[in-house]
Each structure stands twice: as C-alpha cells, then as structure tokens.
Design a binder for this molecule. Sequence first.
Ligand SMILES: Cc1cc2nc3c(=O)[nH]c(=O)nc-3n(C[C@H](O)[C@H](O)[C@H](O)COP(=O)(O)OP(=O)(O)OC[C@H]3O[C@@H](n4cnc5c(N)ncnc54)[C@H](O)[C@@H]3O)c2cc1C
Ligand SMILES: NC(=O)c1ccc[n+]([C@@H]2O[C@H](COP(=O)([O-])OP(=O)(O)OC[C@H]3O[C@@H](n4cnc5c(N)ncnc54)[C@H](O)[C@@H]3O)[C@@H](O)[C@H]2O)c1
Length: 477
Amino acid sequence: MRIFDVVVIGAGPVGENVADRTTAAGLDTVIVESELAGGECSYWACEPSKALLRPALLHAEARGMPGLNPDPLDVAAVLRHRDRMSGHWNDQSQVRWLREAGITLVRGHGRLAGPRTVEVTGADGAVLRLSARHAVAVCTGTRAALPPEPDFSALQPWTSREATSATRVPPRLAIVGGGVVAVEMATAWRALGSRVTLVVREPGLLPRTERFAADLVADALRASGVELRFDTTVTAATRTDDVRLELSDGEVLCADELLLATGRAPRTDDLGLETVGLRPGSWLLSDDTYAVLGVTGTWLYAVGDVNQRALLTHQGKYQARIAGAVISDRARHLPLDRGPWSPHTGTADRVAVPQVVFTDPEIASVGLTTADAANQGRDVDIVDYDLGLVAGAHQHSPGYVGRARILLDPARGTVLGATFAGRGVAELLQSATFAITGEIPLDRLWHAVPAFPTLSEVWLRLLETYRDTAAPLRTGR
Ligand SMILES: Cc1cc2nc3c(=O)[nH]c(=O)nc-3n(C[C@H](O)[C@H](O)[C@H](O)COP(=O)(O)OP(=O)(O)OC[C@H]3O[C@@H](n4cnc5c(N)ncnc54)[C@H](O)[C@@H]3O)c2cc1C
Ligand SMILES: NC(=O)c1ccc[n+]([C@@H]2O[C@H](COP(=O)([O-])OP(=O)(O)OC[C@H]3O[C@@H](n4cnc5c(N)ncnc54)[C@H](O)[C@@H]3O)[C@@H](O)[C@H]2O)c1
C-alpha cells in the first residue's frame, strides 16, 4: 500500500492536467496509466487526425489559388508526418514531462477498490494498492462504441484508432456514421486516395451542428468524390477478402476497409465502480465541481470525456484546471466559490463549448445552436451572413464559400452562440468565445473593429445585418 494525497486514473490530456494542478498546489499526486501517457488524443485521435488533415486541407486550398499549382499529395510523406506528430506511439516525452512536473507515474490498469482506494494491476500481474488522502480523479476517457447489430466483430473493422494510425491507403473505404470522426476521416482518406462511401442513418451529417454548416460539408464531400448515403443503415455484414455490407435501401456496398465511426463509450466497465456503489460501464456524471454524483463524500471526481459533458480535449483540460483547484482547496479546507464563472465551477461546459471540425470547409462553433435554443424554448434572434461576401474572403481565395450565424439574446443584447463555416474559420472561433463568455453587449461589440481585409469582418457584417433587419428571425417559445 502506498499513500498519496491524490490518485489520478488515466494519463490522457485531462488526467495529466488534473495531476499538474494538484501537484502545483503541493499535493503528492500519483497518476495511473494502462497504455501510453498522453492518452487517446496524442496517439489515436486529435494529433494524428489533424496531422492527416492539415496537408489535405492545405493542398485543396493551394489547388484553387492562382499561381499555385501544387504537385499531387505525397502520401508517404503525409503518413510520415502523421507518425512524427503522434510521437511514433512512444510516450517518452510525456513521461519526462510528468517527471519534471513532480508527478509519480504508475503503469498498469487501475480499479477502484472501495472509497479512496485504487488497485493497479501491472503488466506482470502484480497488484499495487494506492490510497488517497484527499481525492481520486477518474480520467479514463472513452473508447469507440460499436453498433450492437449487425455483428461487425468478425470483420476486423477500423475504429478511430485504425483510421488515424493506418499505414496503407485502402482503395475503397466504407464509413458507418455521420458524426465528427466520420466526416474528418472521410476528408482525410479521400484526399489520400481512397474511394469513400459514408453510410449515415440520419438525413444529414453532423447531427449536433447547424444544418447550413453540415450541408456545406456534405456538398463539398460530394464534390470531392465521396458518396453519401443518408437515411441508410447496414442490415448485414460479411468479410471474405472484401467487406460486403447489405444496406437498408436494398443495395450492397463492397469495400476494402470498414470504419465504424458511431460514437464513444466510457472506459468504466473494468474500473471497480461496483465497489463504490456505481454501475460498471456507465458514464460518470458529475456536478459542476466534477465531484461524481451518487457517491458519498467529496473524494471521487470524474473529469474529461468520461463525464460526458463535452468530449473534447480543450474542454476536458478546462475541467481539469477547475477540478484541480477544487481538490486542492478542499484539501486545504478553503471555502469553494460555487457561483457561475468562479474558479471552482465549470460554467463554460454549459454555456460556451468551442469546437472546430477540420473538414473542407471547416466548421467552428461555440455556444447555442438554433436547435438547442428551440429545444430549450429560448428566445433568440438569428443573424446570418454569407461569409463569401466579406473582403477578407475575397482575398482569402477565389470563389470562397462560407456562411456565418450568430444567435443573440434579444433582451440582453449579447451573443449566445456562433457558427462559422468556411476555409480558415477555425481561428475566428476565439472571438466568438470571448463574446459569449464575456457577455459583451452588442453596443460594445460595435467598437471592436475588425481589420481589413480579414475574415473577421464578418462580425461587422453580422452586426449591420442585425441593425438593419426590422424583424429579425426569432426562434424559441
Ligand atoms: C478520431 C478523433 C479525433 C479527435 N479530434 C479531436 C480534436 O481535434 N480536438 C479535440 O478537442 N478533441 C478531439 N477528439 C476528442 C479527444 O480525443 C478527447 O476529448 C480527449 O482525448 C479526452 O481526453 P481524456 O484525457 O478525457 O481521455 P483519453 O485521451 O481517452 O485518455 C484516457 C487515458 O486513460 C487511460 N485509462 C483508461 N482506463 C484506465 C484504467 N482503468 N487504468 C489506467 N489507465 C486507464 C487510457 O489508456 C488513456 O491514456 C477526437 C477524438 C477522436 C476519436
Ligand atoms: N475536431 C474535433 O473536435 C473532433 C474530431 C473527432 C472527434 N471528436 C469528438 O469525438 C466524439 C466522437 O465522435 P464520433 O464521430 O464517434 O461520434 P458522434 O456522436 O459525433 O457521431 C456518431 C455518428 O454515428 C451514428 N451512429 C451511432 N450509433 C449508430 C448505429 N448503431 N448505427 C448507425 N449509426 C450510428 C450517429 O447517428 C452519428 O452520425 C465527438 O463527440 C467529438 O466531440 C472531436
């Protein structure tokens, strides 16, 4: 038995940040990792996927630019770049960082064994018992969730792990799903040479995104040669050499590889949750301080993907900073500030979660969508603008296609949500995040002058559109 102040299970980006904050506050912290320090994000998610996408997106942009006539993509060089950006699936640099930050790393599979206790089973089967004086933080993330039927297990399907680490370009790639992983991987592998077909059970892509933005991505994917089959499911699947999928519309789809991009499941099935009265395999729902609901005392925390609040690296790291402050201040018997936007409350999870979908065009969004507002019965004014009309877009690239939408609180005159679709909009996003979290009144936004000629001029055009619209489009009650 070894005793620490804090035990963190899972050394993904979120666990590392919780441990960093508690260590910085003087708490003796151990982190337990069963695979690679750095987590899914570093090796099989954000980093490798963006390393595949960046050359693809840049190449597509260069092809449309006068004076640039790029050679075809060098596929081998792109895959080498991806390998480099994933640290060649070696976590030495992360291990060094943990050591330099003063965090103890224990390798092995962690399981709760009652309150404040974690048992770690190492590769040799030896079990180490860890006891936490103050807190256990579960940061075990998610794995790909596979559809329950038909049974795909005998087909050796790709999940996001294979889709981001594959070393060979499949001539034909079938993708089930229409979410973020599906559209990003369709974009990347199409650019690398695969013939890609998406089988999507919904009538469109990206169910949680503004329709106009998802439709622009669908149009662009089709234009690049990707086949989109909406309102379609797989009814039967077999594999000989090829994967053979029978579809609900009666057609048969054959491919060399099948990617199942059908969402995520929490990594809590073998975590000893039953020893603390929780159900194995469930999401670990937490309050705004990230303390797990349904557990007595304030010693168990769930941070990052595993709490299902926002499955994004940056938002999980935000949660980690807050959970770290909560754990440290509770350990020092300091009072917590539970008000909104305080150091101990994860307000942004509910109000302003930014996300960029790295497709061509990119989608950058934060805060409410039109569908969210309607679902919440909330009055919002909707302002749209054709991003292709701003001078910055003309300079950006010929024939620029894009669109922007902001949602406004009519009573307070503040921004509640923003979605931008178009090339290069990722870097516009923080301006919208500032506007929402700062609750900046429109009267003041008029004084935030966008530089000419940049894509940011869309902010001015949106304000002008709102000013000049006698009866803005309103959704809600
Ligand atoms: C293909 C893909 C692309 C993505 N791209 C982006 C992006 O561009 N931007 C973005 O913000 N987000 C992106 N995401 C989401 C992002 O990867 C996750 O939000 C992020 O990894 C969550 O971090 P985490 O630390 O909570 O979990 P993880 O990164 O999953 O880390 C959890 C860690 O816990 C370890 N672990 C699990 N169980 C145990 C146990 N019992 N004992 C010991 N260790 C354990 C795991 O081995 C792992 O290292 C992407 C996801 C996918 C699938
Ligand atoms: N750029 C980014 O920020 C980025 C990139 C990739 C992933 N992510 C994160 O990773 C998470 C997971 O992404 P994802 O694309 O796996 O999930 P998702 O929830 O975005 O999409 C899942 C898709 O699979 C479909 N689906 C689910 N079950 C199905 C079934 N049984 N049969 C057929 N279709 C089914 C859904 O209808 C949906 O179209 C996302 O929440 C996202 O936040 C982020």
